[in-house]
Structure formats: structure tokens, C-alpha cells
Design a protein. Structure first.
Length: 118
């Protein structure tokens, strides 16, 4: 399994940008597609973004399309989430995850809090 640690969260104002990082250790990071998810208080966990092994394919949740960008640097064992034009409704704990075993998000980080004030 791969161990994941998120960083980069914080308190920002609406319209600001923030970049989250997810550092991986353990088994080969480049072997796993990666994703970002988020969970706001009282809400279910929501898919944010996906990136394949080499970064050539990405998918986004409807709520973040056009504002967020996922990327990865396999040499640094890190996946990023660039978040632009942040809105108060983006407030949540953001988690990165590794797609292990083909269809299962088997490894998760501890999460990083993002708070967007209006």
C-alpha cells in the first residue's frame, strides 16, 4: 500500500487560489491513478478530480470543472490540486486517494482543511 499525506490547506477568501499537495511514500506511486475527494460538514464525500498514471487523462466533478486542475509529478511522488476562483461552497476537508486493486480507492490521506470565507 501507499501512504499519503496532504498539505496546503488553509483559510482563504472567495476568489482566491490555493494549491494542495499529496505526498506519497511506500509502494510505487507511479503505479496508481490518483484522485482528490472532499467532504463538507454534514455532507457525503464528493469526488473532485482524477488523474491517470502518466497525467494524460483527467476527470473533474461538475462543481469544480474549469476552476480546479489536478496534476502529478511521479519523480516527486506527489499529486497536486490547483484550486482557483474558490467559493465558500468549496469549504471542506480535502482528501487524496490512490486507486488500488483496479477499482478500489484503497489508500487515503488524513485530509487537509480548506475554508473559503465570503
Amino acid at each position: 500500500q501507499v501512504q499519503l499525506v496532504e498539505s496546503g490547506g488553509g483559510l482563504v477568501q472567495a476568489g482566491d487560489s490555493l494549491r494542495l499537495s499529496c505526498a506519497a511514500s511506500g509502494r510505487a506511486f507511479s503505479s496508481y491513478p490518483m484522485g482528490w475527494f472532499r467532504q463538507a460538514p454534514g455532507k457525503e464525500r464528493e469526488f473532485v478530480a482524477y488523474i491517470n498514471l502518466n497525467g494524460g487523462t483527467t476527470y473533474y466533478g461538475d462543481a469544480v470543472k474549469g476552476r480546479f486542475t489536478i496534476s502529478r509529478d511521479n519523480a516527486k511522488n506527489t499529486v497536486y490540486l490547483q484550486m482557483n476562483s474558490l467559493k465558500p461552497e468549496d469549504t471542506a476537508v480535502y482528501y487524496c486517494a490512490a486507486l488500488t486493486d483496479g477499482s478500489s480507492w484503497g489508500s487515503w490521506g488524513q485530509g487537509t482543511q480548506v475554508t473559503v470565507s465570503s
